[in-house]
Design a protein around this ligand. Structure first.
Ligand code: TUI
Length: 310
């Protein structure tokens, strides 16, 4: 399948793997890129030198393009932006903020820049700033989210900009893939389904909880202080939401989630940790190699896009 996205980033299939903090490390990114999608290293809150190591590890096992996601709230974002240039990374995606200040240096270095946006205004701003494409991410996603759904956001962004749009949030199979294209997207970004991939290094407790979860098992904390985060419901989220309702101070609430994602991903503490996953988690039913996931989505997705309803 050929779209402006496969052309711009020189990949076989228009599927990007979400740049999930802690989860999207070199093993996952390399496996997705080897399977013909775009593997992405999630820099999350990592220091710049750790990101450089991850980049070098991906380069060692695949010649296919891969990307790095910068979470813009990372205190080392400036240094990571430079590492991306130094290491000759082909594609950068950004999340949780406005990447305008890095745009010039990345474009000058020939890096393709694809910011995640959660609104039409942000998409237009990124197009004016010479972004190569945007990822329109709906609030079905796991982790840090905006306020619009994928169904409402993607067609409005697609109408507002001329650069290609990648849809994200609530997509995990060929049906979601086909739906995204019907909404005007030319590619999809998938996170939650890759968390359960065979090559994903998340702790077995995390994978087991994700695979067992149903449609209604995620919740959103931090809505009241403007940092909404979607995770699977557990002891931590119950406590957080109780304190949030009582009007507890933001810094106090932060203590509850500090290092929570690492705790869940690395230590398997799915009770007190932050088990980030999207609303589509109920569709993720087994552990599968990345190649199988991608081939299945492309086969089902293209079949649906060719389907006649008369
Ligand atoms: O970035 C994400 N999802 C994430 S980042 C993350 S790491 C983290 N861990 C613990 C606490 C907080 C974060 C986990 N999940 N998705 C991309 C995304 N970006 N969604 C929404 C946005 C966004 C929001 C506002 C993009 C731009 C934006 O602009 C605001 C501005 O600066 O004007």
């Amino acid at each position: 399948m050929k779209t402006r996205i496969t052309e711009i980033i020189e990949i076989e299939h228009p599927i990007l793997q979400g740049g999930m903090a802690w989860v999207a490390e070199h093993n996952l990114a390399a496996a997705v890129s080897e399977a013909g999608g775009l593997g992405i290293i999630g820099a999350g809150g990592a220091p710049a030198e750790a990101v450089r190591e991850q980049i070098q590890k991906v380069k060692a096992v695949t010649n296919n393009p891969f990307g790095v996601n910068i979470m813009l709230m990372n205190p080392e974002a400036d240094a990571i932006a430079q590492v991306i240039v130094d290491e000759g990374v082909k594609v950068v995606t950004t999340g949780a903020g406005n990447p305008s200040k890095y745009m010039e240096m990345w474009k000058a270095a020939g890096v393709k820049v694809i910011p995640v946006v959660a609104s039409v205004a942000m998409a237009k701003l990124m197009e004016r700033g010479k972004a190569d494409a945007v990822i329109a991410e709906g609030m079905e996603s796991g982790g840090h989210i905006g306020s619009l759904t994928t169904m409402a956001l993607v067609p409005q962004v697609a109408d507002a900009v001329n650069i290609p749009v990648i849809a994200a949030g609530g997509i995990a199979d060929g049906r979601g893939f086909a739906a995204a294209f019907m909404l005007g997207a030319e590619g999809v970004q998938i996170g939650t389904r890759f968390v359960a991939a065979k090559e994903s290094i998340v702790h077995e407790n995390y994978k087991a909880m994700l695979i067992k979860s149903k449609d209604i098992d995620s919740t959103v904390t931090g809505m009241t202080h403007g940092h909404p985060i979607r995770t699977l419901r557990n002891k931590m989220t119950k406590e957080y939401l109780r304190l949030e309702k009582e009007g507890t101070d933001f810094m106090e609430l932060e203590k509850l989630t500090l290092g929570g994602l690492r705790k869940a991903v690395m230590e398997g503490d799915v009770v007190n940790g932050s088990v980030m996953a999207g609303q589509i988690a109920g569709l993720v039913r087994k552990e599968q190699p990345c190649k199988e996931i991608i081939d299945e989505i492309i086969e089902q997705g293209t079949m649906l896009l060719n389907k006649k309803f008369d």
